[in-house]
Design a protein. Structure first.
Length: 155
């Protein structure tokens, strides 16, 4: 079993976002990023100033686990329930395709993602290696903090 599946997703995404921000020059928020919502189901723009890196990291993790994946599948994964106030029930709405498309283009320029014909995009060997390295580092750190995890993982 891969280490990416074993580590808690929020820790992996946080560490990967930090890595992307500090080490990958091709991944940077576009000029419109501070003013845009992440989908029609959201009422406000993200509060975290580093939300772009977090979204790119989450996309990389999803590609690792489910790839090859297309933009529409990622839109569904990042969608949510839209509130309609007193009008009635909530309904599911997809996430922003422009954000996902631009993030994937930046990750392609960074040689972490590649297109696979009409199937969508998948991770390159460099992308897989990056996620495996970070996941193993996180797993070792978790084992240092909680020694009882060592019997479940041979790392």
């Amino acid at each position: 079993m891969s280490a990416v599946r074993m580590v808690p997703p929020h820790i992996l995404i946080e560490q990967l976002a930090k890595y992307l921000k500090e080490n990958v020059a091709e991944v940077k928020p576009p000029s419109w990023a501070p003013f845009v919502k992440t989908g029609v189901h959201k009422e406000r723009v993200p509060e975290n100033p580093d939300w772009w890196y977090i979204r790119c990291a989450a996309i990389l993790r999803k590609l690792y686990l489910h790839g090859p994946v297309g933009i529409e599948s990622l839109r569904v994964a990042f969608g949510g329930r839209q509130r309609v106030g007193a009008k009635g029930r909530e309904h599911f709405k997809k996430g922003s395709g422009a954000i996902i498309r631009k993030a994937l283009q930046q990750l392609e320029a960074a040689k972490l993602v590649m297109k696979e014909g009409n199937k969508g995009r998948r991770l390159t060997p460099e992308g897989v290696s990056l996620l495996d390295r970070l996941a193993m580092r996180i797993l070792r750190e978790l084992q240092r903090q909680m020694p009882e995890l060592k019997r479940y993982v041979k790392a």
